[in-house]
Design a protein around this ligand. Sequence first.
Ligand SMILES: [Zn+2]
Ligand SMILES: [Zn+2]
Length: 137
Amino acid sequence: MIDDMTCDVCGGKLPGALDSIPLSSDAGMWVTCGHCLATAIVMDSGEVLRPPYRPTSDRWCAAVDESCTPEIEHAVVTRALTLCGADIDREGFIGQDYSWSPLRQTACPKCRSVAVEVDERWPAGHRGRGAGNHTSC
Ligand SMILES: [Zn+2]
Ligand SMILES: [Zn+2]
């Protein structure tokens, strides 16, 4: 089912581009577009829920890399990866309960440039709260 989806945000072709994260057997599956990084929840019924657009300063959780001096903050895209492609399971990474922001001095420069890049792939028409299906979170 997921194999022949296209991203309804950027229109990208998705075979292989979705990073599927099983949520639990009865709550559907979180998927992330490999092109614009929009997330969606695919329910077992086939229904797709699309969380609303969020600005890059309020879209991803932060994780601090304590092995760097000074410490830098990365944006966490999936359970295991940051925007810059670092593995957050590695030692020294501490997940935070606040949002990552590209405006913070400690923000990882590579995460920041990827954030700008994927944000530009998100069409303006899909940024409003009224666009498409979405959940309230
Ligand atoms: Zn997309
Ligand atoms: Zn980073």
